[in-house]
Design a protein around this ligand. Structure first.
Ligand SMILES: Cc1cc2nc3c(=O)[nH]c(=O)nc-3n(C[C@H](O)[C@H](O)[C@H](O)COP(=O)(O)OP(=O)(O)OC[C@H]3O[C@@H](n4cnc5c(N)ncnc54)[C@H](O)[C@@H]3O)c2cc1C
Length: 316
């Protein structure tokens, strides 16, 4: 793995795989650092909706390996390694990883995001014992049992629908007074007989013994508190961008993501960002894939023409 690469991509989600594929196809010596989850967030999604070319949806465990295999076939290398730090050197970047250092002339940061935690008592204790972020992984274990899903956006609704196929009842707890998901998910969730949507509900505690048995939630409209029976609790309350390896190298946007220009170039010379880690990302997998391709093209142009915004400090 050691040595000098034209392009190092950090992250192997759909943005990173697409960047690695595009970089390799452009003839760049390309290495993709996969991080902890080869495939990223999509890997565990039962049915990825709205991805071009798959009118019936596609499973993450089908799509993710396909994109990685395509990148490798084009000439990219993928390694199960994480980026820990990047530092400028004369004319290139030095990257520290958990497997040692390497050098890159250009970088695409595609480290995505992880699902946020609720931060209530019981959440940490019952992680893996009923508290989960992965409906498709745990639905078969919860057949015929009641579950609670927390959140009001696309992920919460989509995962509630996956769980409703197995669970006896899905209680969807939303803090606000409406679902924020796409209309297609809102309609489906409303139609599903075994999904019970409760607005104005804030979870105070996850209860259990050996595993989860219930959540305690307050109704902010009525002021009442209730225990809702649940053998599983699924949390979809937003995303935490993965940027800790940057230290203070880049000033992040207000949403904690990496700012880029319209060509996906960051404030660091030769470093582009793509997908869920960049500010202004459009939120869907197709957008992340497009970002990955555009970011790799930005790096190829930079390597060919030294084309980078003039206010970014030059490398060496
Ligand atoms: C429950 C749920 C359901 C969804 N369903 C859909 C859907 O049906 N349709 C749709 O279009 N979108 C869907 N999305 C959104 C979709 O998952 C994202 O758009 C997409 O995964 C973003 O891709 P990404 O590559 O930017 O980031 P991620 O998928 O988050 O990938 C990030 C990658 O970076 C790696 N990484 C992290 N830190 C480091 C590091 N320091 N060094 C190296 N690698 C690192 C991780 O291991 C991972 O490989 C869903 C999201 C969720 C949460």
């Amino acid at each position: 793995m050691a040595g000098m690469f034209d392009l190092v991509v950090a992250g192997s989600g759909i943005a990173g795989s697409s960047a690695a594929l595009t970089g390799a196809r452009l003839g760049l010596k390309t290495l993709c650092l996969a991080g902890d989850v080869l495939g990223g967030q999509l890997l565990s999604i039962n049915k990825i909706d709205g991805y071009p070319g798959f009118p019936e949806g596609v499973a993450g465990y089908d799509l993710c390996p396909m994109t990685q295999e395509q990148a490798v076939a084009a000439g990219a290398e993928i390694t199960a390694t994480s980026l820990d730090r990047l530092d400028p050197e004369r004319g290139h970047w030095r990257l520290a990883t958990n497997e040692g250092d390497l050098q890159a002339r250009g970088i695409v940061l595609a480290t995505g995001a992880t699902l946020r935690e609720l931060g209530v008592p019981g959440e940490e204790r019952f992680k893996g014992k009923g508290v989960s972020h992965c409906a498709s992984c745990d639905a078969p274990l919860l057949r015929g049992k009641p579950v609670v899903v927390i959140g009001a956006g696309d992920s919460a609704c989509q995962e509630a629908l996956t769980l409703a196929e197995a669970a006896s009842r899905v209680t969807l707890l939303c803090r606000g007074q409406e679902l924020r998901a796409q209309q297609v998910y809102r309609d489906e969730v409303m139609r599903k007989a075994n999904i019970d949507i409760r607005f104005h509900h804030v979870v105070a505690e996850i209860l259990g013994d050996g595993g989860v048995t219930a959540v305690r939630a307050g109704d902010t409209a009525s002021g009442e508190t209730a225990e809702i029976e649940a053998a599983g609790v699924f949390v979809y309350v937003g995303l935490q961008p993965a940027t800790s390896y940057l230290g203070d190298a880049i000033v992040l946007a207000g949403d904690g993501r990496i700012p880029t220009d319209s060509a996906l170039r960051t404030s660091l010379t030769g470093v582009a960002a793509a997908g869920a880690v960049r500010s202004g990302w459009a939120g869907r997998a197709a957008a992340a894939a497009g970002d990955g391709a555009a970011a790799a093209i930005a790096i190829a142009r930079y390597l060919r023409n030294d084309d980078w915004p003039s206010q970014a400090p030059r490398l060496g």
